[in-house]
Design a protein around this ligand. Structure first.
Ligand code: ZN
Length: 407
């Protein structure tokens, strides 16, 4: 891959290594070319060409994996979502996405699952290729291209029946259109299929289910036979239930998930990507919440409860914040909130590395410090397995064996 020198050798010497699952205090990590050559107590024979990098006081980890991003969005308190979709050119949005990708990598996130371009068509697939070619620095991308929505349920949508506005996602009207759209997206470079199983199109703007279980299942069948999977945006119990019945692989948000729904997810091995940080940001943008000053809105309190229910049910928890709603590069916000909402710091680190890698289907390539995997490695000062805030104290970033930041 671009940038990595096939014969370069690095010996990384941190205070401790989080290997994706547990902490080791006596490990070093040897990197050869773009792969991890070995990890463990120091008993490697080193050729004289080996470069030793001291990471004193630091914890070395697998490159972090952002599970839910929108590279083509920037925070809604800068520009509303409607205005981003309608008034920003594709060139502007791509230029922004390039800076977003660089900020993400420099924050220690070496892989990112991008779940919908929100009006920028298949441009995520193009960015993924450009990053791979070394045109600009960015994380490895797992892309959805356009999200799929039921006709008439998404946006932008104004109170004028006479105009059809450009939409932030691909609209389909029935099972056949769904099947065709999935095939189109695969041909355009989608690694994952993202479907909105519910959305706020109820009479008073409430979230209501959008597709039938059969319609979602039709997408799942095509995605599956291609080796891909379907993830759904879903907040309502009924939307989640239909998606679970249809055989989806992950559920995004899950805000109103109940004990019963989370038990079903646990039984079927469906992972939840809770996006705590997005709900928190939206409550501040749109509901006038001044965090730390005014009382917590009911929707935020409800989210704490549903997240606790998911944890209690033992659902697989991904780390994904819906970054783009809040600033790119601030991905750690979700990890901090997962701890604030009841997870142990070490479990959050697992979610952001080995669990995300396994759930997204890349566990044999990334997400662990293990011989033979890609050398996607970061180091932070302190120990984020005891204090999650330390995950921000980034001093070393390596992706594919190439160093982007070092002490
Ligand atoms: Zn999202």
């Amino acid at each position: 891959m671009a940038g990595a020198q096939t014969d370069s050798l690095y010996l990384l010497k941190p205070d401790r290594v989080f290997d994706g699952e547990t902490i080791h205090t006596d490990w070093v990590v040897l990197v050869k070319g773009n792969k991890i050559e070995g990890a463990g107590p120091m008993r490697f024979k080193l050729p004289p060409s080996t470069r030793v990098i001291e990471l004193k006081g630091a914890t070395l980890l697998p490159g972090l994996i952002e599970g839910h991003s929108h590279l083509f969005l920037h925070p809604y308190n800068e520009t509303s979502w409607n205005d981003q979709v309608l008034k920003e050119s594709r060139a502007e949005r791509t230029a922004r996405a390039v800076t977003h990708a660089e900020a993400t990598l420099m924050a220690g996130f070496t892989t990112m699952r991008d779940l919908g371009t929100e009006g920028s068509m298949y441009d995520d697939a193009g960015l993924k290729t450009a990053i791979r070619k070394g045109v600009f620095p960015g994380p490895r991308l797992i892309v959805a291209t356009r999200a799929i929505v039921a006709k008439g349920t998404y946006g932008p949508n104004y109170e004028n029946a006479d105009i059809d506005l450009p939409q932030g996602a691909a609209e389909v009207g029935n099972k056949e259109e769904m099947e065709k759209e999935v095939r189109t997206q695969i041909s355009k470079g989608a690694d994952v299929i993202k479907i909105y199983a519910d959305y706020g199109y109820g009479i008073n703007g409430e979230s209501e289910p959008t597709f039938t279980s059969e319609e979602i299942a039709a997408a799942v069948a095509i995605a599956k036979s291609s080796g891909r999977y379907v993830t759904v945006h879903s907040s309502t119990p009924e939307g989640m239930r239909r998606a679970i019945d249809a055989g989806v692989h992950t559920i995004e948000h899950g805000n109103e998930g109940t004990k019963e729904i989370f038990q079903l997810m646990k039984e079927k091995g469906i992972a939840l990507c809770p996006t705590l940080a997005a709900g928190d940001a939206i409550a501040q943008y749109y509901f006038g919440w001044k965090k730390g000053t005014t009382p917590e809105p009911a929707r935020v309190t409800a989210k704490r409860k549903s997240f606790a229910a998911a944890l209690k049910a033992g659902v697989i928890i991904c780390m994904g914040g819906d970054v783009g709603v809040f600033p790119h590069g601030d991905n750690a916000r979700e990890m901090e909130m997962m701890v604030e909402y009841g997870m142990k710091p070490a479990d959050v680190l697992r979610s952001a590395t080995s669990i995300n890698a396994d759930v997204f289907g890349y566990g044999d390539k990334i997400g662990r410090i293990k011989k033979g995997l890609y050398a996607d490695i970061i180091a932070v000062q302190g120990d984020p397995s005891t204090d999650i805030h330390d995950i921000r104290k980034n001093i070393f970033v390596m992706k594919d064996g190439k160093i982007f930041r070092e002490p």
